[in-house]
Write a protein that binds this ligand. Structure first.
Ligand code: HPA
Ligand SMILES: [Zn+2]
Length: 336
């Protein structure tokens, strides 16, 4: 089964590009750009990746992102992730970036976006990997600041498929951003939002009803409301679940406690993703392997999870069908 997991062509729908910054590149860029980081060695960095909740991670994640300064840095960051896509058989990826983490440090929106975009264009040329870019608003900042960022994004609309909402969930509910997301939707952006990672089911309801999301990022707290579970099932709202992230940020005590199999068995449209793989001990295949080894997932469960990602992507229908056929081919040729 592990061989099948590794060989299946996959899509990734919940991946923060800043969360793919490996310690080695962090060191290299810190030196090149003369940015102070509070670590002397790579080992020091790895030791610091010991989180108690979402905020304890975010503090370290934003500090790490400070080493990213030039377009070439964003290109290098994205290219390293693309090489992981090749290793993990990810043939389509929809990546998040946090423009405000960079524009608030004086780095221009265009610098960030163009570095990411050029690496993704090269990924298509070199490996045939397709991609979409989603920009996330930081929910610990104000809606007003979000509006400024949306304005900055408008000249680059053709390069950005959607908008999302990330950062500190508790105390920053979707209702804080209702007007911003209405404007983004009117502008034609797809809508996603982190909801129900740490927040209760009201964050998921409000993402659906106020922000009008196309997908929910995480959504694991949905299990606490039968009514919400029923609705998510009926409407087949995609949930981009991130198992390693949930364990590292202590949403569950262990993989055996993770609820992804329960969500899947209930009939929800669940997908598997790596979130911030450099910080959470593993890229996409490792997320699949961890849940497979701990939760009694069947071969059909794995195939369903993989197909859900393609079906829930923002790809056109023709490309989805082409990719789903590639999944079937690998399944049909798989012996074991
Ligand atoms: O898992 C996450 N949750 C919220 N914000 C984030 N920013 C990067 N990763 C995350
Ligand atoms: Zn996330």
């Amino acid at each position: 089964m592990i061989d099948l997991i590794k060989n299946l062509p996959k899509a990734e729908l919940h991946l923060h590009i800043e969360g793919t910054l490996e310690p080695e590149l962090m060191f290299e860029l810190a030196k090149k750009n003369s940015v102070e980081i509070p670590y002397k060695t790579i080992e020091d960095i790895k030791k610091a990746y010991n989180f108690t909740n979402l905020q304890s991670f975010l503090d370290i994640y934003y500090a790490g992102a400070n080493v990213l300064q030039t377009k070439e840095d964003f290109y290098a960051l994205t290219w390293e992730y693309i090489l992981k896509c090749v290793e993990n058989n990810i043939i389509h990826t929809e990546i998040f970036f946090d423009p405000q983490s960079h524009t608030t440090r004086g780095i221009s929106f265009e610098t960030v976006l163009s570095g990411i975009k050029e690496a993704l264009e090269d990924a298509k040329k070199e490996f045939g990997i397709t991609s979409k870019i989603i920009m996330c608003f930081l929910r610990h900042l104000s809606q007003e600041e979000g509006f400024k960022t949306l304005e900055e994004a408008l000249p680059f609309k053709k390069d950005i498929i959607g908008v999302g909402l990330d950062s500190s969930e508790l105390g920053n509910p979707p209702s804080k951003f209702e007007q911003l997301f209405k404007k983004a939707k009117d502008e034609g952006f797809k809508i996603v939002a982190h909801a129900g990672e740490e927040g209760d089911v009201s964050y998921i309801y409000d993402s659906l009803d106020l922000l009008k999301v196309d997908r929910i990022d995480h959504g694991i707290q949905a299990i606490n409301s039968k009514e919400l579970m029923q609705r998510l099932k009926e409407e087949q709202i995609p949930l981009t679940v991130c198992p390693n992230s949930n364990i590292e940020l202590k949403a569950f005590e262990s993989y055996k406690e993770h609820n992804i199999k329960k969500l899947l068995d209930y009939g929800l449209n669940v997908t598997v993703n790596s979130d911030d793989p450099s910080y959470f001990k593993g890229y996409l295949n490792q997320n699949f392997i961890n849940i497979y080894e701990n939760l009694d997932l069947s071969k059909d469960d794995i195939i369903k999870l993989v197909k859900n990602s393609f079906n829930s992507s923002f790809l056109d229908e023709g490309t989805k069908i082409k990719y789903l056929k590639r999944v079937d081919e690998v399944v049909n040729n798989f012996k074991g």
